[in-house]
Design a protein around this ligand. Structure first.
Ligand SMILES: [Zn+2]
Length: 195
């Protein structure tokens, strides 16, 4: 049976744009072809909620970016891809407009829950500092990977955008404080004061 396509055209298009923004068109071509997404290069999907790719294909975009750039260098790119993947639907298409008037704390928790629903990954948990944290116990990116540094930066980027959207850019930092690639029991993302 074919795996189900659950990733939206919008998410793939945002990755398509963000990857080019950082590594250029040629490297983007390599990444998408190696990820089995040559069809995206032929006709880049529109910014719609229609389904375009499987979760496995989307994860391959990240691992192919890492293969091309190296794990350390790729983390900044993955963070930006995650940021853009969330910024685009919110800013361009008003995906969170229905909660924009909630008080900040409530708005943040609700936005994290919607991110969970949209990605089918992770769960919202209570953080140690009163903020919600995001626990990606079912992370696909770092399966079988060993790393000295946090590895799953696209989640950090997405959650950073949400936090910026609620509190203003630069107010807080979203950091991956646990990562299975580092031997932790989960991949955990927490909101911190900027030091
Ligand atoms: Zn991970």
């Amino acid at each position: 049976m074919e795996p189900e396509k659950t990733v939206t055209k919008m998410a793939i298009r945002a990755s398509y744009e963000a990857i080019c923004e950082i590594v250029g068109e040629n490297a983007r071509g390599m990444i998408f072809r190696n990820a089995g997404l040559a069809r995206t290069l032929e006709s880049p999907p529109d910014y719609t909620w229609d389904k375009e790719a499987t979760v496995e294909e989307q994860a391959k975009l990240y691992t192919e970016t890492i293969n091309l750039v190296g794990a350390v260098g790729a983390q900044g790119i993955l963070r930006l891809i995650g940021y853009r993947n969330t910024e685009t639907p919110v800013v361009k298409f008003g995906a969170l407009d229905h909660i924009k008037d909630l008080p900040q704390g409530e708005r943040l928790a609700k936005a994290f829950e919607l991110f969970q629903a949209a990605t089918g990954k992770g769960r919202v948990v209570a953080g140690s500092n009163g903020f919600p944290a995001f626990d990606v116990f079912n992370c696909l990116l770092c399966v079988g990977v060993t790393s000295k540094k946090p590895y799953c930066s696209h989640y950090a980027g997405s959650l950073q955008f949400i936090t910026d959207w609620v509190y203003g850019k630069g107010a807080y930092l979203v950091r991956e404080t646990k990562c299975m690639a580092m031997g932790d029991d989960t991949c955990l993302f927490e909101i911190e004061e900027r030091g």
